[in-house]
Design a protein around this ligand. Structure first.
Ligand SMILES: NC(=O)c1ccc[n+]([C@@H]2O[C@H](COP(=O)([O-])OP(=O)(O)OC[C@H]3O[C@@H](n4cnc5c(N)ncnc54)[C@H](OP(=O)(O)O)[C@@H]3O)[C@@H](O)[C@H]2O)c1
Length: 247
């Protein structure tokens, strides 16, 4: 792949994805990493200073009135070759979400970040994804052509739900999964694939200290997986190591 854009790269899995992409011999020529606040992105800025291919853009995915301006900034970086991969990573998970405690604002805020923003960002950047898919028309489907990776969660799987609770988070990721399956249908003819990806339960601010995986384990496996994706993966739901998860 020539170019990839990842949201929410100042910490957690986003930062880990940037690090592991840079470790590859066939790393992207252009890696656009977004963060909401530059002052909280020290490590990302260091990576960008030592790697010319890392471009940082300040971006809150829920500021929909700024998406057009964001697209202009992305266009300046990718040029006429378009964008190969949009990785919707930024996400949020509120606490205290058992049924007696859940609040409408919590549900709506979580949907705004985890569901609405990835869909609207895909819409915003679609012309660039189409451009890359068209430029690489002779290549098979995959990141070398064009792909949307939506960071989902096993907690969004309806079939796997054994524990209940977490209404805002679960529902927002289930809806994101539906969006992924729908993108598969809508974008197939354009040569753009879409997958939903579960990173595993990982020790980040969101995952907490009891999670079994560290950021390196999850993100190195996810990077290997996205490079290996082909047409047969289109529209599917996978965990970090490529194992399929039921919707
Ligand atoms: N960790 C896990 O076990 C786990 C499991 C399943 C799925 N996931 C998913 O993996 C993704 C990354 O999670 P993580 O564990 O790395 O979480 P994290 O450590 O809490 O990091 C979340 C990232 O998302 C960014 N973000 C949140 N709201 C945003 C917004 N409105 N605009 C732009 N960026 C925003 C944060 O930026 P700020 O620093 O500015 O807040 C931060 O960079 C999420 O989609 C999450 O749902 C994680």
């Amino acid at each position: 792949m020539r170019s990839i854009l990842i949201t929410g790269c100042n910490r957690g899995l986003g930062l880990g994805l940037v690090k592991h992409l840079l470790k590859r011999a066939d790393r992207p020529e252009l890696l656009i990493a977004t963060c909401r606040d530059m002052t909280k992105a020290q490590e990302l800025q260091e990576l960008s200073n030592s790697n010319k291919n890392v471009h940082i853009l300040q971006f809150d995915v829920t500021e929909f009135d700024k998406h057009k301006q964001f697209a202009t900034e992305v266009q300046k970086i990718v040029g006429d070759d378009g964008l190969n991969v949009l990785f919707n990573n930024a996400g949020t998970s509120p606490k205290y979400t058992r049924l007696p405690f859940v609040k409408p604002e919590q549900l709506m805020d979580t949907f705004r970040t985890n569901t609405v923003a990835p869909i609207i960002l895909a819409k915003t950047l679609l012309p660039f994804l189409k451009q890359a898919a068209q430029k690489n028309i002779s290549l098979p489907m995959g990141v070398q052509r064009a792909a949307i990776v939506n960071m989902s969660s096993i907690l969004g799987s309806i079939q796997n739900n054994q524990d209940g609770g977490l209404y805002p988070y679960r529902c927002s990721k289930t809806a994101l999964n539906q969006a992924t399956a729908t993108m598969r249908m809508d974008l197939k003819e354009d040569g753009i694939m879409a997958v939903a990806l579960h990173p595993g339960w990982v020790r980040t601010d969101m995952g907490g200290s009891k999670a079994p995986l560290d950021v390196d384990q999850s993100t190195s496996a996810m990077v290997d997986f996205i490079y290996s994706m082909g047409e047969s993966h289109n529209g599917g739901f996978y965990q970090y190591d490529g194992e399929k998860i039921p919707y």
